[in-house]
Design a protein around this ligand. Structure first.
Ligand SMILES: Cc1ncc(COP(=O)(O)O)c(C=O)c1O
Length: 340
């Protein structure tokens, strides 16, 4: 079976993890600090603008906690990862779900009133140019859009805070789980770093452990070095599907200033269940990227989101797909396309 997704693990990753294991410094140490610095450089940020954490959900929770989400309205789309709802609940915010825009996996860029917080996920690497408003805090959720840009600015830097996930199958991984929080507000990042550093502190201040380990960071560093190449390969795969005349979900088709990263290749089709089954007969795993029951609220209140869940499948798109895999997928698509 050709899997729908798979991390890209290569000799550099093994060597990096081996180096940390041999050093016996397994918890947080210099690898994490170097990873933070290298991540800052990649995004074009100054030193002290990034803090590594245990995963994307903890990054989101910490961003909400430090933006003082308690009792505030927190806006996010019904069509997104459930971690947004969990983090909001834990931070005691009041979730306010919105529909996505028509034929888009992203919500409107205009949501948010004074005193509110907006979590804006850039879904599947489709990047929307965000609008900043006075007294509205924006968390740009770049968990699926690392490496994408708007007007040469990296995704994750458009709002007050940006968050990233390094889960196993994200754009890069830090050994299965990991996350990063970035902000141009270095005082905020300093506060978060202090919050995470709870051991041997004399003052009795509330802190918590959401730390990344050196093993995670060592792999993050080797993956980050290859990120631009990963993106190139993903773009090639996306263009291959496009050349097969598939109906791919993509926003900003004619927007030259937006550099989308194909985290997922989403195809619109009439009957996803049937198409998933058909591919499976040919030993290719495609999935419905988000089922109707996974919407974060009652699907009847979010018609655009509901429609997307009923009309989409996600095709294999990751750097470790071989040219043999791709040839076979192409042949299969040509054989079964009448089912789409
Ligand atoms: C858009 C989005 N936000 C947040 C998360 C949470 O990240 P993590 O799985 O690292 O906790 C994910 C990942 O699944 C995601 O896709």
């Amino acid at each position: 079976m050709i899997p729908h997704n798979r991390p890209t693990i290569e000799s550099e990753d093994y060597k990096a993890i081996d180096r940390v294991l041999k050093s016996c410094q397994l918890s947080q140490n210099s690898e994490v600090f170097k990873f933070e610095e290298e991540f800052e450089k990649y995004l074009g940020l100054k030193k002290g603008s990034a803090v590594a954490v245990s995963n994307g959900t903890s990054a989101l929770y910490l961003a909400l906690y430090f933006l003082d989400a308690r009792n505030k309205k927190v806006i996010f789309p019904a069509y997104s990862c459930s971690s947004l709802a969990h983090a909001t609940k834990l931070a005691c915010g009041k979730a306010d779900l919105k529909d996505v825009e028509k034929n888009s996996p992203n919500m409107s860029i205009h949501h948010g009133k004074s005193g509110e917080i907006v979590i804006y996920p850039q879904m599947y690497g489709n990047i929307s140019k965000l609008v900043l408003k006075k007294k509205v805090s924006i968390i740009e959720d770049a968990c699926q859009s690392l490496g994408g840009k708007v007007d040469k600015i990296h995704s994750g830097l458009q709002g007050n805070v940006g968050i990233f996930s390094f889960y196993a199958t994200k754009m890069i991984t830090t050994a299965g789980q990991g996350g990063m929080i970035v902000s141009k507000n270095t005082a905020l990042i300093k506060e978060i770093k202090d919050f995470l550093n709870f051991d041997m502190r004399k003052e009795k201040k509330f802190r918590f452990n959401f730390q990344m380990t050196d093993i995670q960071a060592a792999m993050g560093r080797t993956q980050l070095k290859r990120l631009n190449n990963f993106i190139k390969i993903r773009k090639k795969i996306f263009n291959l599907y496009k050349s097969l005349d598939l109906n791919l979900l993509t926003i900003n088709k004619n927007e030259k200033k937006i550099n989308t990263v194909p985290y997922r290749c989403i195809m619109l089709c009439k009957n996803p269940k049937k198409v998933v089954k058909k591919f499976r007969e040919y030993k290719i795993q495609v999935i419905n990227p988000l089922e109707t029951w996974e919407l974060l609220g009652n699907s009847n209140n979010f018609q655009n989101s509901k429609k997307l869940t009923q009309q989409t499948i996600s095709l294999p798109c990751y750097p470790s797909l071989t040219s043999q895999d791709l040839n076979y997928i192409e042949k299969t698509i040509n054989k079964i396309r009448h089912e789409f």
